[in-house]
Design a protein around this ligand. Structure first.
Ligand SMILES: *Cc1c(COP(=O)(O)O)cnc(C)c1O
Length: 395
């Protein structure tokens, strides 16, 4: 968009993320001065003369509201370009089409269930996927050398086991073979982790989660520094069509303004709850990157500026006890997804990860007594008393 009178004359890249998520892409409306930008709810744009327009022709290609969000997201990840898509998975789809056919892709073995499904049931006819434990440096090094993949796909922390991959190590190794590196940064959000800093080429977000933060939008984003990659993603987005709607883009622009305060509170609550669970006799084990008991706690401290709001724990017992527990909570809502202001609880083996074959789930450690919490920003004492009641109920 052209710079006009009400444009800011501030160099935002020098400002903190807390400030950037509020102001980048959030300039007042040029025409009216409205501090909240309007929603350009339009599919097409009138031209003065054939081919003479203000940079916008058709909303699948471009939309001013989406452009604003793309500016904001690029800035949030300290990147140059962002592409906003209709969902996280459609962002994944664009990446799959951006690679030459028959590419070899090395993928973390504990990725989001939908990522696993799209690779194994949709794009397995186009590319070759090798699943590997990216948190094991020896194995990762070996497999990179063996397969010399076109792309290394890392999700860190993973879902639901919150395994952490050392980004500096993984990216350095991948670069020895000129592999592109994509990091799915959905769980940490740009507030706690910025993988471009470690040399990642592409950041993927499901905006559905922390970026929007209000459980009212499904959306995705890809952030890159390389103009060539960005142009290719733009071409694919326009040619295939999974663009986010103007209204959804606007909602995310609204949601992301509070990213910093939300993430702070998510983490504050999660630390208290993780400690509470770790002391509870009915809990076998708690996984939270902020706990010293987490196997990669030191890697987490090194590459993240915080530990996020996701907690996984193993309840003593099996499917029966887990079911009872999940039915007993009242403030935590039993639902898939994560990253919203409200606390959610779920059972990966039955819910989010049901599309992963049981044998694979067991091998990964997604057992029937594993429960995942997306800790919201409610009052923490209320959340803890809700969990206490549920524990009482499953006696
Ligand atoms: C939800 C999620 C996705 C997929 O995003 P959608 O917006 O649901 O399509 C990808 N990766 C992670 C880590 C997720 O949590």
């Amino acid at each position: 968009m052209k710079k006009k009178d009400l444009s800011y004359s501030i160099n935002w890249s020098k400002k903190s993320l807390n400030t950037r998520v509020i102001h980048v892409g959030g300039e007042p409306d040029q025409a009216t001065g409205a501090i909240m930008p309007p929603i350009f709810q339009t599919s097409t744009y009138v031209q003065k003369s054939p081919g003479i327009h203000s940079g916008y022709e058709y909303t699948r290609t471009h939309n001013p509201t989406r452009t604003r969000l793309e500016e904001c997201l690029a800035s949030a990840e300290n990147g140059k370009y962002a592409t906003v898509t209709a969902s996280g998975l459609s962002a994944t789809m664009l990446i799959m089409h951006a690679l030459p056919a028959n590419s070899t892709i090395l993928v973390g073995d504990d990725v989001y269930g939908g990522t696993y499904r799209i690779f194994n049931t949709i794009f397995n006819s186009l590319h070759k996927f090798i699943f590997v434990n990216t948190t094991d440096q020896k194995i990762l090094k070996q497999e990179l050398k063996k397969y010399q993949p076109a792309l290394l796909w890392i999700e860190t922390p993973t879902n639901p086991l919150l395994k952490i991959t050392d980004l500096e190590f993984a990216i350095t190794e991948a670069k020895k073979y000129n592999a592109l590196v994509l990091v799915d940064n959905t769980f940490m959000s740009p507030y706690f982790q910025n993988p471009l800093k470690f040399g990642a080429d592409i950041i993927l977000h499901s905006m559905t989660k922390y970026i929007n933060g209000h459980s009212d939008v499904v959306g995705g984003a890809l952030i890159v520094n390389d103009q060539k990659i960005h142009k290719e993603l733009f071409r694919l987005q326009n040619s295939i069509g999974p663009c986010a709607s103007p209204f959804d883009s606007w909602l995310v622009l609204r949601g992301i303004k509070t990213l910093a305060v939300r993430m702070q509170r998510h983490q504050e609550n999660a630390i208290k709850i993780a400690n509470f669970l770790e002391k509870n006799k009915k809990v076998e084990r708690v996984i939270y990157p902020g706990l010293e008991s987490h196997p990669q706690h030191s890697v987490a401290k090194k590459q993240m500026s915080g530990f996020g709001g996701m907690i996984t724990f193993f309840l003593r017992g099996g499917i029966k006890e887990s079911r009872k527990f999940l039915e007993s909570v009242q403030i935590f809502s039993l639902a898939e997804s994560l990253g919203g202001v409200e606390s959610l609880i779920e059972h990966p083996a039955i819910m989010t990860h049901a599309s992963i074959p049981e044998k694979v789930r067991t091998k990964l450690g997604i057992s029937n007594n594993l429960i995942r919490l997306s800790v919201g920003i409610e009052d923490c004492d209320d959340l803890i008393s809700d969990l206490k009641n549920a524990f009482k109920n499953c006696q």
